[in-house]
Design a protein around this ligand. Structure first.
Ligand code: TXA
Ligand code: MG
Length: 341
């Protein structure tokens, strides 16, 4: 234990405390509208190393740099294309990360050696205030131990980071609950590397050529290079093994009757709770409410982790709208173990 980790309320006095720690090269957990982030000064290489160490993150997985105004972006990249301008004009501040060619000022430890940098302008008022008060951008991955579900409350962060960082700023439960949409631009083409609350349809309202990277819905073959390095890792995984079952509710129920034991938990839609044993069943949200499923997913996986569960049988979400982001996280949580019935 290096630190006596404190959860701080988000008042001005505590924001000042966090800003001082960040200026001193420390790592601080901050709320954003998507998930909690593990933040450090993006220009401070030793501080960046501390992020990788606290998370146990593979060295080849780059970080997102968080800004609080467009001037900060100009210092991070050599080029803001007209397509980029249109997109950020519409969706920033918000849950969208854009990959830019990186400028000299961005350390290679942030980008894991890539010549591009991922940038996001969060809309959460606490993240915004923190970055503004620092006066420098904050590099921040999700504030979980690498491979675990991302944290959507300050308490989730505490569970993973106790003793590893000085402060966690508590901004309440995250509104979106899943990480930002990550896009790469190539001329007029937009490629979604990681789906999130901002969907393909949303982006197409601004620019017509929007594609979804293959790795979003399938497992990357080991000989293929990932456009987004984070895509290749098993991810978001609770301790219990997750099996995703792509079936209607009757077939799902039959599968559970045949294969579940007393350490099997069920992650189903709100409307289906009564079909399963109450103390081993959790709701992902209402069947057609994809935003609610997004908000619930990581919290429910963490809740199951606190139980005696060894297996989780989960419903397979729809891939429509933000449902695609829920599906993308769930297939990774399941290590791509999907049973189609
Ligand atoms: O909502 C979010 O994006 C949260 C909050 C804290 O802002 N952050 C987050 O960071 O999810 P992280 O590190 O858990 O995920 C960043 C993803 C990874 O999959 C990483 O590989 C990808 O973005 N990424 C970062 N820089 C990249 C780059 N230059 N090119 C391609 N992918 C990149
Ligand atoms: Mg992450």
């Amino acid at each position: 234990m290096l630190y006596n980790t404190k959860i701080l309320s988000d008042d001005d006095k505590n924001i000042d405390l966090a800003v001082r720690a960040l200026k001193d090269g420390e790592v601080v957990a901050m709320p954003t509208e998507t998930v909690y982030g593990l933040a450090a000064n993006a220009f401070d290489v030793p501080a960046i190393r501390k992020i990788f160490k606290a998370k146990g993150r593979p060295q080849d997985n780059p970080l997102i740099v968080h800004i609080s105004d467009i001037d900060m972006l100009k210092n991070l990249t050599t080029e803001i294309s007209s397509t980029a301008k249109k997109i950020i004009g519409r969706f920033w501040p918000g849950p969208l990360t854009v990959i830019f060619p990186k400028s000299e000022s961005v350390p290679l430890s942030v980008t894991a050696g890539l010549n591009t940098v991922a940038v996001r302008f969060p809309s959460h008022p606490v993240a915004n205030k923190l970055i503004k008060s620092c006066g420098f951008p904050l590099a921040a991955p999700s504030a979980n131990i690498s491979g675990k579900p991302s944290p959507t409350t300050a308490y989730h962060v505490f569970d993973d980071m106790d003793g590893k960082i000085p402060y966690i700023i508590d901004g309440g439960a995250c509104e979106v609950g899943l990480e930002s949409t990550v896009i790469a631009l190539n001329g007029n083409d937009v490629c979604i590397l990681r789906p999130g609350e901002i969907t393909k349809e949303d982006l197409m309202e601004v620019t017509p050529m929007v594609f979804i990277d293959k790795a979003v819905t399938s497992e990357l073959k080991s000989d293929k290079q990932a456009a987004s390095p984070g895509m290749k890792y098993k991810h978001y995984s609770p301790r219990a093994s997750v099996t995703l079952i792509d079936a209607d509710i009757n077939s799902f129920k039959n599968y559970c009757d045949d294969n579940a034991d007393s350490k099997t938990y069920f992650l189903v839609y709100e409307e289906e709770l009564s079909f399963f044993p109450a103390h081993r069943t959790l709701s992902l949200g209402s069947k057609n409410n994809y935003s609610q499923q997004a908000r619930n997913l990581f919290a429910k996986l963490r809740e199951i982790d606190k139980s005696d569960a060894e297996k989780i049988f989960a419903r397979c979400p729809d891939k429509k709208g933000i449902g695609l982001a829920v599906y993308n996280r769930m297939i990774r949580a399941a290590g791509f173990k999907i049973i189609e019935l």
